[in-house]
Ligand binder design. Structure first.
Ligand code: SAM
Length: 285
């Protein structure tokens, strides 16, 4: 009697920059699998070519997951071994993958990890900040209200905070983190991890903001921020709310126009531009 072939879902890490960051096991299983469910098949094809892997790949991403997920589950129920990968790092971490894992679990299919690169944890372990307790937030919510609510909620969280951010939003996010958490928190901008221009910029939040006002943020970033320390922050001026006039001046010193600085400050502080303008007039700045 032949044993029935059992399907399985693997969630495999892929490199976050350096193609060598693959485990021997992940390479072997990718090569032996029946199908690779990739966030972007063209992107993944480069990795597969590098390792001389010829397994068929199909696209699986945020916009087709509801239709594609059940199809992949059908294949696994029929005995297929499927490996889910995203463009970089761990699937399911600010990337597609978690929904497929849920569907597979509901269908009684075994789900296994192929561990490896991940930007958040790679940044955290080299940050020099507390690694015993941390919270990963990924990308902050896009809408201002949800973002403010989240920042308010985490203001007094004692764990180290981890965020992902795109370079063109980094300055704005740093302004908001300074405003919500205080400029004095120790923070690390981990950039281009595992790549040629890898860099760890370890400063306070306020210093990081000043740095990136002067230097155009480029590449991929993880932001690590130390948690709330009641003994330090209760006596620290740094946790005082940001003064709107000072914020406009700080933004201007980064080389942007007063109009743009007022716009950004108004957005960040949730004030009207007119109120900011009036404050500037009152202080004749
Ligand atoms: N699934 C990935 C993981 O496990 O890390 C994260 C994917 S998420 C769509 C992409 C974000 O991860 C980037 O915007 C950046 O914040 C962070 N990231 C990815 N690669 C990075 C790298 N090499 N250096 C720094 N940050 C990186």
């Amino acid at each position: 009697m032949t044993e029935e072939k059992r399907g399985r879902l693997y969630l495999s890490a892929t490199p976050i920059g350096n193609l060598e960051d693959m485990t021997f096991r992940a390479v072997r299983i990718l090569g032996e699998a029946d199908l690779i469910a990739a966030e972007d098949t063209r992107h993944t094809r480069k990795l597969l070519s590098h390792y001389d892997i010829h397994t068929a790949a199909t696209s699986y991403h945020e916009h087709n997951k509801l239709a594609k997920g059940p199809q992949l589950v059908e294949k696994m129920l029929a005995g297929a071994v499927v490996v889910c990968v995203s463009d970089a790092g761990l699937p399911g971490i600010s990337d597609p993958g978690a929904h497929l894992a849920q569907l597979a679990i509901e269908a009684g299919i075994e789900v296994s990890p192929l561990p490896g690169a991940n930007a958040a944890l790679s940044a955290l372990i080299c940050s020099g900040l507390d690694t015993t307790a941390f919270t990963f937030y990924g990308f902050l919510p896009k809408t201002g209200k949800k973002r403010r609510e989240l920042l308010l909620r985490i203001k007094e969280s004692p764990e180290t905070l981890i965020f992902y951010e795109a370079p063109h939003h980094l300055r704005e996010t740093l302004v908001q983190l300074c405003q919500a958490l205080g400029e004095g928190r120790t923070a690390v901008a981990a950039r281009e991890l595992t790549k040629h221009y890898e860099e760890f910029n370890r400063r306070t939040l306020g210093e990081l903001l000043a740095y990136y006002q002067e230097h155009e943020p480029r590449g991929e970033f993880v932001l690590i921020v130390s948690g709330f320390d009641s003994s330090r922050e209760a006596s620290s001026e740094n946790s005082a709310p940001v003064n709107p006039v000072e914020l406009v001046e700080k933004l201007e010193s980064g080389g942007i126009s007063r109009k743009e600085a007022m716009r950004q400050a108004a957005k960040t502080l949730n004030m009207s531009r007119r109120d900011i303008y009036n404050l500037l007039l009152q202080q004749q700045v």
